[in-house]
Design a protein around this ligand. Structure first.
Ligand SMILES: *Cc1c(COP(=O)(O)O)cnc(C)c1O
Length: 373
């Protein structure tokens, strides 16, 4: 069987050497005579796996010592609740109870969901949004007020294909960022953030693991009514082992990080990601059938939406549906845009080889020709 080029936004493509190594270790990992899936999370066999994964993540991202790394479950979506619960909630439960104000910049559907969830617990302000132009740009970010609990951004907007080109200056107010779809895709100055979080299934490994990177002084402020599993202090205090962590996901992430390190780490993957995205955007620029709907200054390296230029909506939809179907028949799969925005989208995460991007462009050139452009 031939492997496809998988342009899925998540769960998404993993490096082939990682999958092959996991297959080879499936029934006997590191001479333990058992699969990682069968190991006790507190065993001597699992200890080097979780510690090694954290050490590699710290090394690759340059995470300062005053930050904790947590391996949690519940996806990025659970962090939409945990951040307000831990960083802004007052001594009484509920949105009317006095707590602190949290700031959210609305740059897409995930950003909007994060703000809506926080508004169930705390006072939320949304001083900027790019909804007026279907989230195709990043709005100017107003400064927070000094007493605000935190300032939340979605660094890379997976669905609409934008990314923040620079970071907002939030002064002493901690910057919180959803980096689910751009973690380890290019350098990030961790010290500029109070808390970072990412679901693993985009750029790190399988679904089921969520990585949280949080500055130590932001841990320990959750009021007593916040449930144990939703508290950063509990997870940090127990080294992500208050309950069973997503062991297999942590193991695969460790293999992905090793792969990335052997490739040359962030400098090497940044060059490669810029080359891949550059090829694709340059092709879209000169295409007569396809175009990018996203403003140039804030285009994502990881998720590239595109639409057909056809003016008639019915004909456009027919073309786009046929494009996705014919591409899949050629082994270029999962190219449909998000169900809420339509069109197409190529997610080209770290593990997508440049050959996959070249094959997609070649197919698009062919599709243009056979469709009279
Ligand atoms: C995928 C994604 C989410 C949702 O992640 P889950 O792990 O499914 O909860 C949230 N934010 C961004 C930016 C994403 O790309």
């Amino acid at each position: 069987m031939k492997r496809v080029y998988n342009f899925s936004p998540g769960p998404s493509v993993l490096p082939l050497p990682v999958l092959e190594r996991a297959a080879a270790e499936m029934t006997d990992a590191n001479g333990a005579g058992q699969s990682v899936m069968e190991m006790s999370h507190r065993s001597k066999d699992f200890k080097p796996i979780i510690e090694g994964a954290e050490a590699l993540l710290r090394e690759l991202m340059g995470i300062p010592p005053n930050y904790r790394v947590l391996f949690l479950q519940g996806g990025a979506s659970l962090q939409f609740s945990m951040i307000p619960l831990n960083l802004a909630s007052g001594e009484q439960a509920g949105p009317e109870a006095p707590g602190k104000k949290a700031v959210y910049i609305e740059t897409g559907i995930w950003a909007k969901k994060a703000a809506a969830e926080a508004a169930k617990f705390v006072d939320v302000s949304v001083p900027a949004s790019s909804k007026d132009r279907a989230y195709t740009y990043i709005p100017a970010a107003p400064a927070p007020e000094p007493g605000d609990a935190y300032y939340h951004i979605t660094l890379n907007n997976t669905i609409v294909g934008t990314k923040w080109a620079g970071l907002p200056d939030t002064g002493p107010v901690p910057l919180a960022a959803d980096i689910s779809s751009c973690i380890l895709s290019e350098p990030l100055e961790v010290a500029k953030f109070g808390v970072l979080y990412a679901g693993a299934q985009k750029n790190l490994g399988p679904a089921g693991l969520t990585v949280v990177i949080i500055r130590e002084d932001l841990i320990g402020h959750a009021p007593s009514w916040v449930p144990a599993l939703l508290r950063y202090d509990i997870h940090a205090g127990e080294g992500s082992m208050y309950n069973t962590p997503p062991c297999y996901g942590i193991y695969i992430m460790g293999l992905v990080l090793e792969w990335l390190k052997n490739l040359g780490g962030l400098p090497a993957i940044t060059r490669l990601n810029q080359e891949k995205a550059g090829l694709f955007y340059r092709y879209l620029e000169q295409s007569r059938l396809f175009r990018s709907p996203v403003e140039k200054s804030c285009r994502s390296l990881m998720n590239i939406p595109f639409v057909c230029t056809e003016a008639d909506p019915a004909r456009r939809e027919e073309l786009e549906t046929r494009f996705v179907k014919e591409a899949a028949a050629q082994g270029l799969v999962n190219l449909a845009g998000h169900r809420l925005v339509g069109g197409m989208r190529a997610s080209i995460y770290n593990a997508m080889p440049i050959e996959g991007v070249r094959a997609l462009i070649q197919f698009m050139e062919q599709f243009e020709k056979t469709n009279g452009k």
